[in-house]
Design a protein around this ligand. Sequence first.
Ligand SMILES: NC(=O)CC[C@H](N)C(=O)O
Length: 394
Amino acid sequence: MTPQAASGGAVPAVLVLEDGRAFHGRSFGAQGETLGEIVFNTGMTGYQETLTDPSYHRQIVVMTAPHIGNTGVNDDDPESGRIWVCGYVVREPARISSNWRAQRTLEEELARQNVVAIALEGTRALTRHLRDRGAMRAAISTVETDPERLRERVLASPRMTGADLAREVSTTEPYTVRPPAGVPTRFRVAAVDLGIKAMTPQRLAERGCEVTVLPAGATAEQILDLRPDGVFFSNGPGDPATADEPVAVMRAVLEAHTPLFGICFGNQILGRALELGTFKLRFGHRGVNQPVQDVHTKRVHITSHNHGFAVDAPVDGPFETPYGRAEVSHVDLNDGVVEGLRLLDRPAFSVQYHPEAAAGPHDAAEHFDAFCDLMAASTDPSSSSGRSAEPAQS
Ligand SMILES: NC(=O)CC[C@H](N)C(=O)O
């Protein structure tokens, strides 16, 4: 299965879903064959950030926006060192790139990174199908164009439920992101990389955090030996039900009363550390316009999402956990899904969405400030407010 760069012209490609539905289109990017979980993303912008978000590892992403690639690809916007989606489905690839920052076309980039993609007319029908039937396994191929034979390979491929993928995308060596010139260092943060997006340490560094990014397998001792002012747990691919190791590490951080902040996978891991369950959503949230409400202020943020699983928690008020009381802090207004957790007796909180906003609106940037406030309160011995994650002021 070695994809080769498309040589131009319309090479036929086929997309087959595990339930047998097939779509015919033309090859775009690399030729070859790919298998993964097919999901749709409703973002009108930010295809480069989507492609390079490690949380999309082993997923085939369908873009609902009909015209993708208009601004080409540059070396500044990627959220990691490579494209992680394992397949890409668009209605119509842009024929030219038009942007002063563009360095390559999207098609060139997909080919260069061996990403198999397909352009097909029925992305709306495909999305409606996934909305009704749910995310499922699929394949795109230019090699095996007989849908029935390709489907057999889909049915033999692994499911996302039960997949433990963070180590496959995490850094192998620690590295440090420092505040930019002119911004004094206020806090030292240890960030556990379960699939971290580049913009996250960046957003912390802008606020005066020196961020040491650690591999997914970092132990609690390794993390706490750094004597960090706060510990961050990143987004990442896979099923949170398999994340026993990060859950154990997070419990040690909670025991140590070290300020803690989690995003997306990090929110699900906090849920599990609090002994809550997680479950798979039918089709998930992927896009940049999800309305999320703060349960206290009732204020709504329009936010960026990429999750296929969610935490199962009571939304009607505080509940007891092994670390004292906790509460659901945010819910999604489209479907009521839990979008944030906050501990009331420890300095810890998390959100299921993406305040780093890459791509997406910046409404939720205040969560980075709230994490800094928690670290400030817990490093200042005269303050008593460092003991819980107070609601962010919004
Ligand atoms: N972006 C993320 O961290 C996603 C978390 C998890 N893999 C999910 O799909 O729900």
